[in-house]
Design a binder for this molecule. Structure first.
Ligand code: ADP
Length: 429
């Protein structure tokens, strides 16, 4: 069986074939097929067991797989899928499906306007489409997915606290021609349970993030406690030792403060609560100032820093402080992850509409499988079994700062040869 699913536009349906979930419509649906009492009890028992399993599964991927498999089984359909609203972007994404569809290989966004799932999200009600027109060409311009031959769809809203957070859909009844009132009832019940379990799993995943932060802070906190206790326990301590201890406590405390600041910055950027102080910025000056700040670290590591920019670069509209923060992260990384005697070059180029800044280094480079991961928060490249550098928040923040300016940041790299981080920004006006 082909595993790909199609979410098709509602506008092209024959409306006589649609049933949807207000009370009046439910009555109409109830006049359809009814299951025998034994079967109803069996299904109810199944639902109770499912409910227990759903709430015991906290890993989101495993939970979604369980939801689609369960829907497939209890509704006796040919395929099932879960679509979820992204909390940040508000977009609706296909998150899980029965069969071989692979989220990473074929990420699939479904438009809220004109799609079945979008209709369910907006109305918060179930929808049955009994018979889709056979001629696939009416949908082909809409769906990029290879079309699973969909004849009928039953979809139910996934809700949490009265808010619709996604959609559970089943496709093509395996035995009977169309979905029954029991199917509708069961899918709605399953969706009700699943909505709560999914939101809990999402919250648990966010909790993981806080756990990562705490993990990150635990080691410097322990060092501060140990050093300060040592110093307090020995009032006669040699002044040199005392100073070394105090410097170490200060270093750890500064690292703590910076990591907490970075985490707060990232949270503000992710939730759209970071306010940018827009002003006319001379990019050339900003780059030169940032290079000057990185110079002591570069000298320490014996790395040369150079800069190229065209004349008459127009000013851009930006938050100089935040842009400097992003640039400084790229420069410090280019120095930090470089070989002694290596080089870092910053190049600015521009056309009529955009300006590009590239930070190129002759350093360690990044393996192809890690290129897509380094912008993730808390992601650090493992090197010789040991983690390198800081908390793994710098690039995540830099990328979001650039995006908040209407631009983007990306990387090209060759392991052992060096890396090129480039960001592009719109020109003012
Ligand atoms: P960190 O605080 O660990 O530097 P970042 O988010 O800035 O965190 O970077 C994430 C990871 O990406 C780093 O741990 C490092 O391994 C890798 N990285 C970043 N910049 C470079 C670079 N210029 N060359 C090689 N690796 C880099």
């Amino acid at each position: 069986m082909s595993a790909c699913l199609a979410d098709v536009r509602i506008l092209t349906f024959n409306t006589r074939k649609l049933r949807f979930g207000g009370l009046l419509q439910l009555k109409e649906v109830l006049s359809g097929h009814i299951l025998s009492p034994e079967n109803q009890v069996a299904r109810l028992e199944k639902m109770l067991e499912v409910s227990r399993k759903l709430h015991a599964t906290l890993e989101l991927g495993a939970l979604l797989a369980l939801v689609v498999e369960t829907a497939l089984e209890i509704i006796e359909a040919e395929a099932a899928a879960v679509l979820l609203l992204n909390h940040k972007s508000g977009e609706l994404w296909l998150e899980a499906a029965t069969g071989t569809w692979d989220k990473r290989a074929t990420p699939t966004m479904v438009p809220l306007e004109g799609s079945i799932a979008g209709w369910i999200i907006r109305s918060g009600e179930f929808l049955v489409v009994d018979s889709l027109p056979e001629d696939g060409h009416r949908f082909s311009e809409i769906d990029k997915l290879p079309l699973f031959a969909v004849h009928s769809i039953l979809g139910a809203p996934l809700k949490f606290n009265e808010k619709t957070i996604g959609v559970l859909e089943v496709f093509n009844k395996r035995v009977e021609g169309s979905f029954t009132s029991d199917d509708i009832h069961l899918l709605n019940t399953l969706a009700g349970q699943a909505g709560v379990a999914i939101e809990n799993a999402r919250m648990f995943e966010q909790g993981d993030e806080v756990a990562k932060l705490v993990q990150e802070l635990a080691s410097p906190v322990t060092s501060i406690v140990d050093f300060s206790q040592l110093m307090l326990a020995d009032p006669e301590m040699n002044p040199d030792h005392w100073r070394t201890g105090l410097e170490s406590v200060n270093r750890k405390a500064v690292y703590l403060a910076q990591t907490v600041d970075s985490f707060l910055d990232l949270t503000r950027l992710e939730t759209g609560r970071m306010e940018l102080n827009w002003q006319a910025v001379n990019l050339q000056t900003l780059v030169q100032e940032t290079i000057a700040q990185a110079q002591p670290l570069a000298l320490e590591k014996n790395i040369s820093l150079s800069f190229q920019a065209p004349d008459n670069l127009p000013e851009i509209s930006a938050d100089a402080g935040r842009l400097g923060q992003a640039l400084s992260c790229l420069l410090e990384n280019a120095v930090q992850y470089n070989h002694p005697g290596g080089a870092v070059t910053v190049t600015i180029s521009a056309n009529e509409v955009r300006v590009q800044v590239a930070v190129v280094d002759t350093g360690l480079g990044i393996a192809p499988h890690e290129l897509g991961l380094i912008f993730n928060k808390f992601y650090r490249v493992e090197k010789n079994g040991a983690k390198t550098g800081g908390a793994g928040l710098g690039l995540a923040i830099a990328k979001r700062i650039i995006q908040a300016h209407g631009g983007d940041l990306w990387v090209e790299s060759e392991l052992g040869e060096g890396s090129r981080f480039t960001f592009s920004l719109p020109l003012a006006g």
